[in-house]
Design a protein around this ligand. Sequence first.
Ligand code: B12
Ligand code: SF4
Ligand code: SF4
Length: 394
Amino acid sequence: MTSQQLKEAIKETAYDLGFQRTVIASLEPMETERQEYERWLALGYAAGMEYLKRNPHFRTSPQLLYPEGRSAIVVSVSYYSEVPEPPPGFFGKVARYAVGLDYHAVIRAKLRELNARIEKIAGRKILAKAYTDDVSLFEQGLAARHGLGFAGRHTLIIGPQLMGTYNFVAELITDLELDADEPYQGTCGKCFRCGEGCPTDAIKFGVGVDANKCISYLTIENKEGIPLALRKQLGRWVFGCDVCQDVCPYNQKPNVSPWEEFSPEKGAGHYLDLISILQLQTETDFRERFAHTPLRRPKLRGLTRNALVVIGNILAEASGSVSASGVSSTLTEKEMYMCLHALTQFLSSRPEPMLKEHAYWALAQHPAEETVSQFKRLMDDEDEYVRRMVGEYL
Ligand code: B12
Ligand code: SF4
Ligand code: SF4
């Protein structure tokens, strides 16, 4: 079998497994990409993601990552599923990529299966290592350099033939000597819908994403509180954000994921019951509830913080629609009571200062008489951080 025939056979095999697009990449250092990456770092856009700042040279040198490697099989697979209508009450939205099972485990298993099938075709043992969303590799650079798609202004890889962006990127670095594919020449043209639609203005034209402002960063990677100035913009996003993808014209006809592992029924689903998050008592309860899903990433602390902000936003929305009789048109009296009760209970469980402050903020979004008087007391809170933050919005 010639190298070209093997390459074709690999692409077909990957397609049979569900990977919608496959390209072959060389492991040459990504020099231009590194310069772009360093420019982005220098602007401070990596926010608190220290692991991205440590070694740009290493991240852009796939050969250093796996010295036995000779080429990379770069694949993409759709995670898309339709979002149902939101349930009434206190529910937060989960970004599409995270509604099913943890993609790291699912994709690595499929890549191992791909490798086993390639071994049969090649008739020899292959040295290979599987990667996806692995911070040690600059996947976007590798994917764009060899035509998996092109990097849109939202920085995500846009596949050809309206494959759009709701796809994971993954790689199998192997010791196979294969010819690399050329870049794919796509373009955003004059469009900047992602930047215009981004709720926090995180997309910087021609530069990339300022993670300090990106809801995906703030709700998943960020270990601090959510900045006051951005809380309202989170809207209902409790984990990740899909706005820049939802508005992208290349996403008009997305393919539903070929794998049931990424369906909402298998994981946390598209909406989270926020009150139930506040009621999770321990890290063990949290791990059990979100076992094998991407939602474990921010831990109980991060997800609770996000839930509190979204609860605050729902309360604010409801208080804007309170009628003369004091009844909200978007929430029932029972829902409102349950929420205020859950927030009070949460506060009485003596949460750490950051979470306590977020709970106060949520309450402050619906200034019913009893919450205002509660607030006056909270101004005397024992914790200086809490007093300072509460002082900013009272
Ligand atoms: C850190 C990270 C994040 C951060 C930072 C995002 C960012 N844009 O940098 C945060 C937490 C915000 C994030 C969010 C999301 N992420 Co993320 N993330 C990563 C990760 C781990 C590293 C990305 C990175 O290196 N950023 C550094 C910057 C510099 O890279 P860049 O912006 O892509 O580079 C731009 C410029 O530098 C320049 N450039 C780069 N090289 C070159 C070369 C030349 C010649 C030129 C001219 C320009 C140029 O153009 C690029 C595109 O504009 C990758 C996985 C990986 N290991 O690579 C996943 C990854 C990018 N994320 C992914 C996903 C799905 C998301 C979310 C959609 C999740 C969600 N729904 O909430 C959002 C999307 C937000 C967005 N618009 O980016 C997928 C994207 C798949 C795809 N189709 O592209 C990846 C690839 C993970 C995976 N394996 O599937 N993510
Ligand atoms: S994920 Fe959301 S916040 Fe982040 S860049 Fe896209 S639209 Fe903006
Ligand atoms: S929304 Fe427009 S500018 Fe943004 S990535 Fe899509 S095509 Fe490009």
